[in-house]
Design a protein around this ligand. Structure first.
Ligand code: FMN
Length: 206
């Protein structure tokens, strides 16, 4: 490696952005919102959000978000409180069948809110998407780097939820502040799984 230090060179102005396309508009609109209208989400909307995070996008089984070694260590759950056609409760998202597997009935928001340091956005949301990981899936190939990789992958999935929410006219926020063990308990996570993000989602306030 050789060359002069970059600091000596003049900055290069980048050209203006191209005419806004769909993605550019969504990126510009994306932001965290923590209050939601008191209105239900539809099953199609929560399905679209879950698909954006971790859906299967083709016959070869690859997902909407990138994954180190295509090993897919993320596990998604839905906490439904006000979703039309869905009983209140906890569900697992099954990417291959695009289905929800019921785990537990009831409004889990108060327990989730307590785990998330009493953040109000948790109880205001008609639905929450939880992103957890099973790092051992990735560790089989990548050893100690697995933890780093699952954190990165959760970021990809969460950004997809934000962008899909923006596309559907919904609001979302990614929460990373919570008590790990307490939230894992609320989500009924199995051994070896860790909760990485909790995302309240809902209809935008008028
Ligand atoms: C790793 C991470 C953890 C976060 N945790 C929380 C959280 O616990 N509570 C919250 O209200 N927002 C949380 N946020 C959202 C940030 O506050 C938000 O992204 C930031 O204020 C920038 O605003 P924007 O998303 O609207 O651009 C988190 C964001 C990231 C990336």
């Amino acid at each position: 490696m050789s060359g002069r230090p970059a600091a000596a060179a003049e900055a290069i102005a980048l050209p203006p952005l191209p005419a806004p396309g769909a993605l550019q508009e969504l990126l510009a609109r994306r932001r965290s919102r923590r209050s939601f209208a008191a209105a239900p989400l539809s099953l199609a909307e929560v399905g679209a959000l879950l698909w954006a995070a971790q859906g299967v996008r083709g016959p070869e089984g690859r997902r909407t978000a990138p994954s180190a070694g295509a090993l897919y260590p993320l596990r998604l759950s839905l906490l439904a409180a006000d979703v039309t056609g869905l009983e209140r409760g906890l569900y697992r998202y099954e990417p291959h069948s695009h289905q929800l597997q019921p785990v537990e009935r009831g409004d889990l928001r108060p327990a989730a809110r307590a785990a998330a340091l009493w953040q109000e956005s948790v109880e205001r949301a008609p639905a929450l998407i939880a992103i957890a990981a099973l790092p051992e899936v990735t560790a089989v190939r990548y050893g100690e780097r697995a933890l780093r990789y699952v954190h990165m992958e959760a970021g990809h999935a969460a950004q997809n939820v934000y962008l899909q929410a923006a596309a559907l006219g919904l609001d979302a926020v990614a929460l990373g502040a919570f008590r790990d063990a307490q939230l894992a308990d609320v989500l009924r996570l199995g051994p070896g799984q860790c909760a990485l993000y909790l995302m309240p989602v809902g209809r935008a306030l008028p």
